[in-house]
Design a protein around this ligand. Structure first.
Ligand code: ADP
Ligand code: SF4
Length: 677
């Protein structure tokens, strides 16, 4: 049974004309599914409803073709065909007893309209404001006819939303999109009734809330997504002018890097103080996010009166069944989000979101995967899993859930593989949840036996007499310099010092003095190792072939904080240069454009360019199998980084997939069901 202190999380709440069954509210979040993948979308959202969320919203939903995010998958309600597509989602959400919400959206100057080729509309004529895209196009200055048209588009879309079955319809007045351009005292330089005074600047939001209410005619609640910020008193004045108009406030802060901040930079509940101050100015219910995964924190936040509903995007992605686990008191089963933003990254890459913690995310329709249910084993066969990193732990967990007899052998004392090592580095502590949740689940499974300090050679593996062997022995960073920008190994002359990242990852001593990290990996590890070395007292220069440190973190929304953090820590960042050579006391780099070489005085070099799979065991077993010397062995597979080094999410996915497909007649890899808009 759950503690009584969580009961208030399960109290129903009226939101205008509709009532949510509890306080768990999945706020609108992008999914990389948008209008292109309607069945994928419906199945993913329905899974959250099945998991107990009281309200499940879809993602930003364009009201008109002049709001077209082209290369990002967005939703839209432009016409009857879109109504039909959305109805798949609302029906699936309703079937699980939840309410469905839609965030009507006009992107203003933040979109480029690449697909529709209509002029971008904005509060000023200026370059497209989306900072992730330096497109040379400019927006057209909205005239009064455009503003009248905008009001009409919102009304039409609101009517379609009700027709599609939505119970909550949004007015979306933040995140830099069109309505927030109006609110902005600097960007809005209009001299008409939509510019100048605060009263004038909030006018369009007031009109849209009132007109949306008329359009939905009591069949749906009107929600408004809005930003407040303790550093900007005017945001509360604007909020106060609108405070009683919508049925529900979905509040956030101005800085998206805080709202959506990775756990490296932002803690759970970071919006609380900003939201609480606005909550005191309205009688209407308030929802806000905060990467909430702890039911104690959720209950405390509701009890404090800071907000009325627990908003979540990422925690609902990592664990669609979070509410039902709290409801039934299964707190230790909650699969907590680690705050890595890999979900968000894949939306920005234009593909369905995925999740480091939840390998079934995005695969609910295409492969029929379920985050809480796995197919039972047909026969209780014995499976040996070698290596207890993310891939091996996930495979052992799923095989155990399925009812196989599982032996999990790990060479070292510690479990978690790379996650154990990386979670000791600056800012990455929460990533240890990848290991902790899996170890906790495995400990409950009678069919899984865990053997630590058990390095397996081929003979040991065969002596186990398993029916199947999964080799999850991972990969290790090399020091040879081969990578994206070098094909040839680095020559290391006498007296020059080159150290592999593994030294730092294992906690071993590293040399003193000035270290150069050559980062051709471009994700978090280079910057995090730079901070670790600064903490050890080294002077550090990070050299990258990209234009900024941790370039791929642009997709996870962490590039800004990564670079700012390095600069604040005194790390020198050298951009657009590749590694040429190393010599005693120097590292030679070359400009990636002009090729001009330069020597950098340095005591040692850490090249972060490539990992080598630890696949000796796999290759040896595969050779024996090929030679017919593995009688009784039905299946041998390598999984995770041992197969192809990748991000942690890929290793977890690989472990899940291998385990869920063991014994299957055919892989769900291909053909899978293909979604058609
Ligand atoms: P992945 O990300 O694919 O899960 P990791 O590198 O994180 O891979 O983890 C691999 C794990 O495998 C490590 O914990 C490592 O100690 C273990 N390992 C490597 N070789 C062997 C072996 N021969 N026998 C048992 N465990 C091994
Ligand atoms: Fe959380 Fe990472 Fe999963 Fe996103 S990908 S929900 S941030 S664990």
């Amino acid at each position: 049974m759950r503690p009584a202190s969580y009961d208030l999380l399960f109290e129903p709440l009226r939101l205008g004309p509709v009532t949510t069954r509890n306080r768990f509210y999945q706020v609108p979040h992008c999914s990389g599914m948008g209008w292109q993948r309607p069945r994928t979308q419906a199945a993913m959202r329905a899974m959250k409803a099945e998991g107990g969320w009281g309200v499940v919203c879809t993602e930003y939903c364009s009201v008109h073709p002049s709001s077209d995010d082209g290369h990002y998958p967005f939703a839209r309600l432009w016409g009857p065909e879109d109504v039909r597509a959305h109805a798949l989602t609302t029906e699936a959400i309703h079937a699980q007893g939840a309410l469905a919400g839609v965030e009507l959206w006009h992107g203003g100057a933040a979109v480029a309209n690449f697909d529709t080729r209509l002029p971008t509309r904005g509060i000023a004529s200026r370059p497209v404001t989306n900072t992730a895209m330096t497109h040379p196009g400019q927006s057209r200055l909205l005239d009064r006819a455009d503003i009248r048209a905008l009001r009409g588009w919102q009304v039409e879309a609101a009517r379609r939303a009700v027709e599609a079955g939505f119970d909550l319809v949004y007015v979306y007045a933040t995140h830099g999109y069109l309505l927030s351009e109006f609110l902005d005292p600097v960007a809005n330089r209009r001299s008409d009734e939509y510019g100048g005074s605060l009263e004038n600047r909030v006018r369009i939001v007031r009109e849209l809330i009132e007109e949306t209410r008329e359009a939905v005619a009591g069949r749906a609640a009107v929600a408004t997504r809005f930003s407040v910020d303790l550093q900007e008193p005017e945001s509360y004045e604007a909020f106060a002018l609108l405070a009683e108009l919508p049925d529900l406030w979905d509040l956030t802060v101005r800085d998206y890097d805080i709202e959506m901040g990775g756990s490296r930079f932002v803690a759970q509940g970071a919006l609380e103080a900003s939201v609480a101050r606005a909550r005191a100015l309205t009688t209407k219910p308030v929802v806000a996010v905060g990467r909430f995964t702890s039911p104690d924190t959720m209950a405390r936040v509701l009890r404090s009166g800071a907000q009325d509903l627990i908003g979540a995007a990422r925690p609902s992605i990592a664990d669609p069944f979070l509410p039902s686990k709290i409801e039934s008191g299964r707190i230790e089963d909650i699969r907590e989000c680690i705050g890595c933003n890999v979900c968000y990254a894949h939306d920005t890459l234009g593909v369905p979101i995925r999740c480091t913690q939840n390998p079934t995310m995005g695969e609910e329709w295409r492969r029929g995967w379920h985050p809480e249910r796995v197919p039972p084993a047909k026969r209780r066969e014995r499976v040996l899993v070698v290596g207890a990193g993310p891939a091996g732990l996930e495979a052992a967990r799923v095989l155990g859930e399925r009812g196989f007899e599982v032996l999990l052998a790990e060479a070292s004392r510690t479990l978690g593989g790379r996650v154990a090592a990386e979670s000791r580095l600056p800012g990455l502590a929460e990533w240890g949840r990848v290991r902790d949740w899996r170890v906790g689940q495995i400990e409950k499974l009678a069919g899984v036996s865990l053997f630590r300090e058990s390095p397996m050679a081929a003979a040991d593996a065969l002596a186990v007499e398993a029916d199947h062997i999964l080799v999850a022995t991972g990969a290790r960073w090399t020091s040879d310099g081969i990578g994206r920008s070098r094909n040839r190994p680095l020559e290391v002359p006498e007296g020059a010092l080159v150290v592999a990242a593994e030294a730092l990852l294992s906690g071993a001593q590293t040399p003193p003095g000035h270290a150069v990290i050559f980062d051709d990996d471009h994700y978090y590890l280079g910057p995090v190792l730079a901070l670790a070395l600064r903490a050890r007292g080294n002077a550090v220069t990070l050299v990258t072939t990209a234009g900024r440190a941790g370039d791929w973190s642009g997709h996870t929304g962490e590039a800004q904080a990564t670079n700012a953090g390095l600069l604040r820590a005194g790390v020198r960042i050298v951009t657009n240069r590749r590694l040429e050579a190393v010599a005693p006391g120097a590292v030679t780099t070359a400009c990636v454009f002009a090729g001009e070489r330069q020597d950098l005085a340095a005591d040692w070099l850490l090249p972060l360019t490539r990992r080598e799979p630890v696949d000796g065991l796999y290759r040896e077993l595969a050779a024996l199998q090929e030679a017919g010397e593995t009688p009784g062995l039905k299946g041998l597979q390598r999984i995770g980084d041992c197969e192809a080094p990748n991000i942690i999410a890929a290793a977890v996915y690989s472990g899940y997939k291998a385990a869920v497909e063991l014994e299957a007649e055919s892989s769900t890899l291909w053909p899978w069901r293909r979604d058609v808009a």
